[in-house]
Each structure stands twice: as structure tokens, then as C-alpha cells.
Design a protein around this ligand. Sequence first.
Ligand code: HEC
Length: 140
Amino acid sequence: MKFATPLAALIAAAAMTAALATPVLADEPGPGGSRPLVPKTGEEVYRYVCQACHMEGGKGAVGAGTFPALANNPKLGTPAFGIYMVEKGKGGMPYFSDSLTPAQVAMVLTYVRTHFGNNYPQPVTEADVRPFAKPPAGGR
Ligand code: HEC
């Protein structure tokens, strides 16, 4: 390639660098990207998915609807209860069997069972969740 001026050469070089860099950057999820954030820990699932309704610290809310507290909630002591709620939904509680993987459901339940004043250290596993991981018949 021949360039009329050194500046033109520099611009061309910069453009080529950008062209090479773009495909790599486009594949990186991150703020402002076109891909949704993928929660990778129970805490992230809680913050991205559950917290909107159950609030920070799992304290719940009463307002336009009633969102039960997950903090100090003895019902969470029964793993199948939490699994069933998250996978099948109930009333104003949506089901997440079509949007969270069994691994993510296991992570978030393990997280809420060991935070917010709950002390149920036995982890919920993907194998526990899998039998429930089908959207309820008839849809929402
Ligand atoms: C759109 C709002 C909303 C979101 C998001 C939501 N929930 Fe709920 N959740 C509810 C409502 C409303 C109830 C009460 C349902 C009922 O009993 O009728 C509920 C109930 C529950 C219960 C039962 C509590 C009890 O004491 O009966 C659990 C456990 C629960 N949710 C966990 C979760 C988890 C974990 C997530 C995130 C994966 C989540 N929820 C996301 C609205 C929501």
C-alpha cells in the first residue's frame, strides 16, 4: 500500500487495528453490549432476577403487590418448596423454568438458604432441581 501522507498511513493503520479488534470485542458480554448479563453465582441470580420483587436483603415488600420476605423464612428449610416456587411459580411469582438453568436455580436457592438470616447450609443441587425443570403445563 502507498499513502499520500504519513497521516493517511496512520489513519489506515488505526482503521485496520479497529477492524481486527472489533470481532473480539463484539463477543465479549459487558455493560452496554447487546447481550444480557449472564448471572454466574447464586448472589448474581438473586440480584439480577429475584431482587426486583423480593428486594435487597430478601426483605420483601408490600405495595402494588405483596412480595413475601425471603429473609428469616422457615419455608426455605424445605428445599423442594423453593425449587417448586422458582420452577413452577405461584400467583404473582413467575416461574423461571424457561429462563434459568437448573444449575442457576440450584445456586440461587443455595444462596437464599444461607443468607438473609436463613441458615440451611445443605446446598441445593442441580440434580435436586432437574425433575422440576419444565414449564408448568398450559404456560403462564
Ligand atoms: C415478579 C416478581 C417476582 C420475582 C422476580 C420473583 N418472585 Fe418470588 N414471589 C413473588 C410473589 C408475588 C410471591 C408470593 C406468591 C404467592 O404465595 O402467591 C413469591 C414467593 C416466593 C417464595 C415463597 C415465599 C413464601 O414464604 O411463601 C419463594 C421461595 C420465592 N418467591 C423465591 C424467589 C426466587 C429465588 C426468585 C428469583 C429466582 C424470585 N422469587 C423471583 C414474586 C416474585
